[in-house]
Design a protein around this ligand. Structure first.
Ligand SMILES: Cc1cc2nc3c(=O)[nH]c(=O)nc-3n(C[C@H](O)[C@H](O)[C@H](O)COP(=O)(O)OP(=O)(O)OC[C@H]3O[C@@H](n4cnc5c(N)ncnc54)[C@H](O)[C@@H]3O)c2cc1C
Length: 262
């Protein structure tokens, strides 16, 4: 079984984020592996490790796939040191400003040529939070999609996957045959700390030409959405402090009523 995991490098959640010419400034801020993608890597490792146990060379493999700037290899290395086998990074100056439509096109081209059975994703990135790429991938590949999985069960021999999808109205049990795109929710598991040596593991770098795409299909040129204007979020106001001289309860209730919170 060949599993691919789409992983994105994003600005550190604590980093001060700013837009430059309608694009998020990704260069001057600390960058990390997207949180949700760590859960996807952990889930895939928990599926293949028992199946590979006792085998000289792993029969079931995990490949990380990312689209991003060169430095995205730092985030990929973290995933490799968690236990993934190898990786592909699509990096090209023309990708800057790519929207979700272009991102899904780039990733699907790599997936198509990789002979994968399953593709895992996080449910969302922590920078744009669009939560659309997994569904777009499934559409482009013509594969089934099992998204927002709170649990995943894989029967490699029968080439079948079952998930429990967490929704506001409860749990939906769903299943599909290989090949399939799966997105996992936060807290589906407890990601392990990176412990393996990853320096020797291969990160294959691909350009747009390597995946037979052209610059006008991606980046700001090919984007279907354009950021016309962006303003910094107003600083948080200090908030209201209620001194308790025996009437704090009333003051709090008045404040909540005034804000129509009760
Ligand atoms: C502030 C901001 C606003 C944006 N607004 C828009 C917009 O309105 N419309 C639009 O089309 N684009 C927008 N983008 C661009 C969009 O973020 C990128 O195209 C992005 O790569 C895909 O969207 P996402 O990060 O929201 O992905 P989601 O759909 O939230 O990501 C879900 C999963 O897809 C996978 N994934 C996502 N991106 C990558 C990647 N680059 N490499 C590998 N795996 C990946 C990961 O597994 C991730 O967990 C915006 C970006 C920013 C920073």
């Amino acid at each position: 079984m060949k599993i691919a995991i789409c992983v994105k490098q994003v600005p550190d959640s604590w980093a001060e984020k700013k837009m430059v010419n309608g694009l998020l400034d990704r260069e001057s801020v600390d960058a990390v592996l997207n949180d949700l993608d760590e859960y996807a890597i952990e889930e895939a490792l928990r599926i293949v490790e028992p199946l590979n146990e006792g085998k000289e060379s792993p029969e079931h493999t995990i490949t990380l796939i990312s689209m991003g700037p060169d430095r995205a290899s730092e985030a990929i290395r973290k995933g490799l040191s968690m236990g993934a086998d190898d990786a592909v990074l699509v990096t090209d100056a023309a990708l800057s400003g790519s929207d979700a439509i272009a991102t899904s096109k780039v990733l699907s081209e790599v997936i198509k040529s990789g002979g994968f059975d399953l593709v895992f994703c996080g449910t969302e990135s922590t920078d744009a939070r669009m939560s659309v790429v997994p569904a777009m991938l499934a559409e482009r590949l013509g594969w089934a999609q099992l998204t927002f999985a709170g649990s995943v069960k894989v029967d490699a021999a029968a080439k079948k996957v079952e998930i429990a999808r967490m929704t506001e109205s409860g749990v939906e049990n769903m299943s599909a045959s290989f090949p399939c795109v799966i997105s996992v929710i936060e807290k589906i598991n407890e990601p392990r700390y990176p412990s393996m040596a990853a320096k020797k593991k291969t990160i294959e770098s691909k350009s747009l030409a390597d995946i037979s795409l052209t610059a006008n299909e991606v980046g700001s040129t090919g984007a279907w959405t354009v950021v016309e204007d962006a303003q910094a979020r107003p600083p948080r106001d200090k908030g209201v402090k209620i001194e308790d001289s025996g009437d704090a309860g009333t003051k709090l209730a008045d404040y909540l009523a005034e804000k129509r919170l009760v």
